[in-house]
Design a protein around this ligand. Structure first.
Ligand SMILES: Nc1nc2c(ncn2[C@@H]2O[C@H](COP(=O)(O)OP(=O)(O)OP(=O)(O)O)[C@@H](O)[C@H]2O)c(=O)[nH]1
Length: 419
């Protein structure tokens, strides 16, 4: 097994939540490990190191703006402004008051803004929402300028007051900043794990970078490296997000047809394909409505994800799915497909009041009541299976054979696996 396929296998073995965080956290680790090496660079490299945070943040902002991703564009802008503030604060070019004010602004406003852009709905960039969000950033800039130019030491002293027990305090940071970062990280991680969106995971990791920057201000090359890593992580998140949009089906969150085509092109000589279709789905939709139909497709997708035998499910389109068993013969996958079919047939989906079926209409979708007396419905699926062999030498031919087998399963009465 090559190194890249070992890494791929390890990555695929992670739970979806760990997989989501693996890439941004991996980048952060890489940045962390490179600090010693970067700090030993000859002085000729210092200007590049100094400008790297700004370049990375602007790269993220530019990419986000090009992709109309308002949340990330504004996160990039605030990261750039934060980088400017913290690098000025530690540059020794200003009075202790100005340095302290800039550092406080960084430690309070950056976690607040990154959390806000994580929480806010995506509303694009070039519209009234974009202007409002830009206004919000402008307002903060004005407040910082007011404090710095007005020499408002009273404000600075007020936000610097200690109130946390010694155990929770962090050296060099105000207690307010510790609370801001802690709250930001908890909220962002919670959102990332709940929504399983790569952009949330990258915003969370960028906030970790921002915190490490504040905690390592005295260490050579450390703040610059963490800040640059934050910007690069945002930029990488955007690229992964775009890939996800192109390759993932929005409704079921399974890989979509484009990903299936790519997978088919990468298969070796031994593989089996299964085509699946929800039985009488048109009638089901007519009876229960499109929304309940959508719920059923999500439920089917959830069961397909659990298929054994190394099968990888895809949404082929509409109410059709494909499972790819790479390196497996038909005999090796039949039991796993039977298990999926049975699990789906046995699963009773509870209906909310608004989803109640019209009991007057007769129908083929099975209905009943659960233990708590709520209406429930269930569906069945039919499956057609075919493997590559001397007669079926291309993935297209195997897929077509699986589709013909599916047709036979339907003809034979549905809710069955046919070869
Ligand atoms: N709710 C919902 N319905 C969908 C979606 N995609 C396709 N459909 C519906 O799936 C139905 C497919 O129906 P048909 O291809 O006629 O087949 P069927 O009713 O499943 O019957 P058999 O395949 O013969 O068992 C159509 O009514 C489509 O509108 C979707 O994303 N959501």
């Amino acid at each position: 097994m090559s190194t890249s396929s070992t890494i791929q296998a390890l990555f695929n073995g992670l739970t979806p939540r760990l997989r989501l965080l693996a890439v941004p956290i991996g980048l952060l680790l890489l940045a962390h490990l490179s600090i010693d090496w970067l700090s030993a660079l000859p002085p000729a490299w210092y200007p590049l190191l100094d400008t790297a945070p700004m370049l990375a943040a602007l790269l993220a902002t530019g990419l986000a703006a090009a992709m109309h991703q308002g949340r990330l564009a504004f996160a990039g802008i605030t990261l750039a402004m934060g980088a400017l503030a913290v690098l000025e604060a530690i540059s020794l070019a200003h009075s202790p008051f100005v340095s302290a004010a800039l550092f406080s602004a960084y430690t309070l406003l950056l976690p607040l803004n990154l959390t806000l852009f994580c929480l806010l709905r995506e509303r694009g960039l070039y519209n009234v929402h974009g202007v409002t969000r830009l206004g919000w950033i402008g307002l903060q800039l004005a407040a910082v300028v007011l404090v710095v130019h007005g020499e408002r030491t009273d404000w600075l002293l007020w936000i610097s007051q200690p109130f946390l027990p010694a155990l929770l305090q962090l050296p060099g940071m105000t207690d307010a900043a510790v609370v801001a970062f802690a709250a930001a990280l908890v909220i962002q991680l919670g959102l990332a794990l709940r929504r399983l969106e790569i952009l949330d995971a990258t915003l969370f990791t960028a906030t970790v970078c921002a915190l490490l920057t504040a905690m390592r201000v005295g260490f050579p090359a450390a703040p610059e490296t963490y800040l640059a890593a934050g910007g690069l992580i945002l930029a990488m998140g955007l690229v992964l997000h775009t890939h996800q949009i192109a390759y993932r089906d929005d409704l079921t969150r399974l890989p979509a047809r484009r990903a299936l085509n790519q997978k088919l092109d990468s298969l070796g000589r031994r593989y089996t394909l299964a085509m699946l279709d929800v039985d009488h789905f048109k009638q089901f939709n007519d009876r229960h409505g499109h929304d309940v139909g959508d719920q059923v497709l999500r439920l089917v997708a959830g069961q397909l994800r659990r298929v054994g035998g190394g099968g990888k499910p895809y949404r082929y389109g509409g109410e059709e799915f494909t499972i790819v068993f790479s390196g497996r013969d038909r005999e090796q996958v039949m039991d796993h497909l039977e298990a999926v079919r049975e699990n789906i047939a046995d699963y009773r989906m509870k209906l909310r009041a608004a989803d109640r079926p019209n009991r007057k209409k007769a129908g083929k979708a099975r209905r009943g009541r659960d233990a708590r007396g709520r209406d429930s419905v269930s569906v069945t699926i039919s499956i057609g299976v075919a493997s590559a062999n001397e007669a079926l030498t291309t993935p297209e031919a195997v897929l077509k054979a699986a589709d013909q087998a599916l047709y036979r399963a339907k003809k034979a009465g549905r809710n069955r696996v046919a070869t």
